[in-house]
Design a protein around this ligand. Structure first.
Ligand SMILES: Cc1cc2nc3c(=O)[nH]c(=O)nc-3n(C[C@H](O)[C@H](O)[C@H](O)COP(=O)(O)O)c2cc1C
Length: 422
């Protein structure tokens, strides 16, 4: 492990630096972090990252759920050294945390996926490459060198394309596939709707598609003549300019080939499969040679169905409140799902992780590990891969301190007895 990434030293580091006149670049609390990011990002970019669905009560529900539990400390537990390691589906995690799959990281910073990969290598915390990344999975995998990662998949209308994404992910070294199931249609996101902004239309976040031979083949039947779009000529030219700029390859080659316009049209036509059902999921499991996990499960019956199909793990997630307004929180869902699944079944908690205490609570309630989402995106916006390392260190430092004060020398000792309902 890189010696510079040591959360245990973080508190001392901050106070020592402070004595020398340096303030932390990344605000330690989430509210200030989000505020700082909002000041440096464009309105469209910040809106896309921060937005929830509808009145955003899903985001609030996640926070409220964490607040409904308290931790019971344990004194004089004689802990000298902590063991924060965890294993999940063959992955060795130095801490029970991974980076959530986040699409269009270029909105936070150009080459965002590669900057995250750099932070992943330095911290040894695995990332999950998004289906909607702005850099192809092969390029990100290369930047990750030997660092383990998973790939997150959306099930598109073309099964051939899905198969190829899976095969590419396996070929470039992914150790697991997470199929995200809660986005068969895009949530009603008021900030994006007010801004009339969707990054994909501008050629952002579609690199897995544009680097795919099966997708390129599908472009052959796109007939631009028959599909006229709305808008005046200046708006169309501006959109075209943005698209040609964002699309891989040279601007003028893109202009000549018309491929970017065709690719966006095709992407919009096929990216989701609203009719997706359990047979499709079973098919995915059958064609995959690496563990398959399902993301977006909140109901115990869906968890049981996944287990019946031999699915290897579940990511309990409400997509950061981005899909349904007033959706139940992931943490509340974890409590119910934990009751029905076999004891050691891999459950991952995603949505609402902001602090080290949140991680502690999720583990106490039965999660094997958690996913960190928006906090690392804001930190990436503020200070690139260094920002990601800083926020990660902060969160894990608080996690370690909580473990010590609650009398937990290792991950296994973080159990429900450490918590009490408010
Ligand atoms: C800007 C943004 C883009 C996202 N893109 C994806 C994605 O491509 N695939 C996916 O499965 N989830 C995606 N998510 C959801 C995250 O994986 C995760 O579920 C969510 O961020 C958790 O909520 P939190 O960040 O509030 O903790 C995205 C979330 C955000 C904020």
């Amino acid at each position: 492990m890189s010696s510079s990434f040591n959360p245990s030293d973080r508190q001392k580091e901050i106070y020592t630096e402070g004595a020398l006149g340096h303030q932390p670049k990344i605000p330690v609390d989430f509210k200030s972090l989000e505020l700082q990011a909002s000041k440096i990002l464009s309105k469209n970019a910040f809106g896309y990252i921060a937005t929830g669905a509808g009145q955003e009560e899903g985001i609030f529900n996640n926070q409220k759920a964490f607040s409904s539990w308290n931790i019971i400390p344990s004194i004089a537990s004689g802990i000298q050294n902590l063991d924060t390691k965890r294993q999940i589906l063959g992955l060795d995690l130095p801490w029970p945390m991974m980076f959530a799959p986040i699409g269009v990281l270029d909105l936070a910073r150009p080459k965002g996926d590669l900057l995250l990969a750099k932070a992943s290598v330095e911290s040894q915390i695995p990332m999950i490459i998004s289906n909607q990344a702005s850099t192809s999975m092969e390029e990100v995998a290369k930047a990750l060198t030997s660092q383990n990662f998973w790939f997150q998949l959306y099930f598109s209308k073309s099964k051939e394309l899905v198969r190829n994404f899976v095969q590419r992910a396996e070929a470039c070294g992914a150790k697991g596939i997470i199929l995200t199931l809660d986005t068969t249609t895009l949530g009603w996101r008021q900030r994006d709707l007010n801004n009339a902004y969707l990054p994909f239309i501008r050629g952002l976040g579609i690199a897995q598609y544009t680097s795919d031979p099966v997708f390129k083949e599908l472009l052959k039947d796109v007939n631009l003549q028959t599909q006229k779009s709305a808008g005046n000529i200046f708006q169309k030219l501006r959109l075209l300019h943005e698209l040609l700029k964002n699309y891989p390859g040279s601007y003028f080659e893109n202009l000549k080939s018309k491929e970017p316009i065709k690719a966006v049209r095709k992407f919009i036509e096929i990216y989701s499969r609203p009719e997706l059902n359990w047979d499709d999921i079973q098919w995915l499991k059958e064609i995959s040679n690496i563990p398959v996990l399902l993301k977006g499960i909140l109901h115990p019956n869906d968890a049981l169905q996944a287990i019946k199909l031999g699915i290897d793990g579940i990511v309990i997630s409400n997509h950061g409140g981005r899909q349904i307004d007033r959706v139940i929180s992931s943490l509340d869902a974890l409590v119910e799902i934990k009751k029905v699944v076999p004891k050691d079944y891999p459950l991952i908690l995603d949505s609402g992780i902001r602090t080290g205490t949140d991680i502690f609570m999720a583990l106490a309630l039965g999660a094997k590990t958690v996913l960190l989402g928006r906090p690392y995106v804001y930190a990436l916006a503020i200070n690139g891969s260094k920002g990601v390392l800083e926020i990660t260190k902060n969160i894990l430092a608080e996690f370690e301190i909580t473990m010590k004060l609650a009398g937990c020398p290792n991950i296994e000792s973080i159990t429900e007895e450490k918590l009490v309902r408010k």
